[in-house]
Design a protein around this ligand. Structure first.
Ligand code: MN
Length: 488
């Protein structure tokens, strides 16, 4: 993964004299250094801005530097906002307005007008907030004391969302074959996603992948086979199927890396020249951070790669998922999610098992090897990006995953069981009303707030279904958003 950093830009002015400006800079450097220790990405102090030119210059530089994933601004003193207009108007990177102050307490004895002039974030942040609102710039506002852990968590979460923006802008998706025939929700406007999200979505021939597979050596297969055995439990004696998956993975990875693609799709309807649909191969690629979408679903594939990059350590616990079937017993209402093979092992509660089973769907000549496991229990989200025609809608639903309540010994695929919020049936009604797809990204370590941040930075519609959502409120919200997004 690329090394990202964030820039700390502090607002002030000449009015208070050089001593105050020196103090502001010393404190800003101290804060950036301290925050860099506790945040997932470095916060680099850049400037105590006093002029239009200083602000415009740092923004130009931030726009240009690939490693800069966003800027964090703060006003230690009052910073007149007309000098921010040119810079902020030109800003193309994510922006967080940090409403904090250096001192935690108002010092009863010490406080005088000098102290007030130096420590007036409450004053400066309002002027700074006005210009953000006036310019209609997408921004995150985080308020709180800069040494507070809760504040650190919120900035950390936003940083990861901003890294999701950087990853999105460079996203290239490799499609092997087209979308599954006749399916609507996996379609979409590739020009629109490139314009809005930066994604380059293009196709490569399955025949070229087969050629690449034929060029894979036995030594390469041996090495990856051993890696599989080191990572997973073996629950099949069909070594040939596992080795075939290794060959598929090696060939796909070579093509992906050669083209700079970080996500891919395939479809069971187009496996010409291949014996097995890639199962274990796709799962192990996802474990390495690549996005995947089944049935040619390039939107979910790119989103999988982006959520993974937003997760823990830049490759978190997120994966391609599909809603399959419900358990509707009163008091035990759950969704069962899986896919025909390709569930990411980062979702697993325990060490996955390699198994081979017959797969009736598609043109598999041989039984594909795949990883089988149960998903983790815990809070999470499911995410769906849909094309509404003229705009993109991102739908995020909060979920509570559980250890599957039954072993399902004859189910030959990895499975995750969860309850959608606010409850299963209301959650399903809301999801369907919003048009959410059957394919999602399921994540245990990315939150709805982070996806809201991401959608704001990407300037796309965001719909959140959570504990407080009712079908009635949601319907009204969708009606209003439909009008707003037609006007935008
Ligand atoms: Mn599917």
């Amino acid at each position: 993964m690329k090394q990202y950093e964030f820039w700390f830009v502090v607002g002030s002015q000449f009015l208070y004299g050089p001593e105050v400006l020196e103090t502001v800079e010393v404190r800003a450097r101290e804060m950036a250094a301290e925050l860099s220790r506790v945040l997932p990405y470095p916060l680099v102090y850049k400037v105590t801005a006093k002029t239009n030119k200083e602000i415009t210059d740092v923004v130009k530089e931030a726009n240009y530097r690939d490693e800069c994933a966003g800027i964090i601004t703060w006003c230690h003193t009052f910073s007149p906002s007309k000098m921010w207009i040119n810079g902020l108007a030109a800003l193309q990177k994510p922006w967080l307005h940090f409403a904090t102050q250096y001192n935690k307490e108002i010092p009863n004895d010490e406080i005088d007008m000098d102290f007030m002039n130096l420590n007036q974030a409450a004053h400066g942040d309002r002027e700074h907030g006005f210009i953000g609102a006036r310019l209609r710039k997408p921004r995150k506002v985080v308020a709180g004391y800069w040494q507070d852990e809760k504040v650190h968590k919120r900035i950390a979460d936003w940083m990861k969302a901003a890294v999701g923006v950087a990853v999105s802008k460079e996203m290239k998706v490799m499609r092997f074959g087209d979308n599954m025939r006749e399916v609507a929700v996996t379609e979409g406007d590739k020009v629109e996603v490139q314009t809005k999200l930066g994604w380059q979505v293009n196709t490569w021939a399955v025949g070229d992948l087969v050629k690449e597979m034929n060029a894979v050596t036995d030594e390469e297969v041996d090495a990856l086979y051993n890696e599989y055995l080191a990572s997973y439990d073996l629950n099949t004696d069909n070594t040939a199927a596992i080795r075939y998956q290794a060959k598929e993975e090696i060939a796909m990875k070579k093509m992906l890396d050669r083209e700079g693609c970080h996500a891919f799709t395939n479809t069971f309807q187009d496996l010409y020249g291949m014996e097995q649909l890639p199962g274990l191969a796709s799962q192990h690629l996802m474990a390495q951070g690549y996005g995947y979408g089944g049935e040619g679903d390039w939107k979910v594939s790119a989103m999988t790669a982006i959520l993974k990059a937003m997760g823990e350590g830049g490759n978190g616990s997120s994966g391609f998922m599909e809603d399959y079937t419900y358990h509707l017993v009163e008091g035990q209402e759950y969704s069962l999610g899986a896919h025909m093979l390709e569930v990411c092992p980062s979702l697993a509660a325990d060490k996955p098992r390699i198994e081979t089973h017959h797969l009736g769907i598609g043109m598999n000549e041989k039984d594909p090897a795949r990883l089988v496991f149960e998903g983790k229990a815990g809070r999470g989200i499911v995410v769906s990006l849909i094309d509404m025609g003229g705009r993109l809608r991102l739908i995020v639903q909060d979920i509570e995953a559980v250890k599957p309540i039954m072993p399902m010994p004859n189910l030959p695929v990895a499975r995750v069981m969860w309850r959608a919020l606010p409850d299963l049936t209301t959650g399903v009604e809301c999801w369907i009303t919003a048009g959410g797809a059957h394919h999602t990204v399921l994540s245990y370590d990315v939150t709805a707030e982070q996806m809201r941040d991401w959608a704001r930075m990407m300037d796309i519609e965001f719909v959140h279904i959570g504990a407080d959502t009712t079908p009635e409120k949601l319907e009204e919200e969708l009606l209003v958003k439909d009008l707003v997004w037609k006007l935008k």
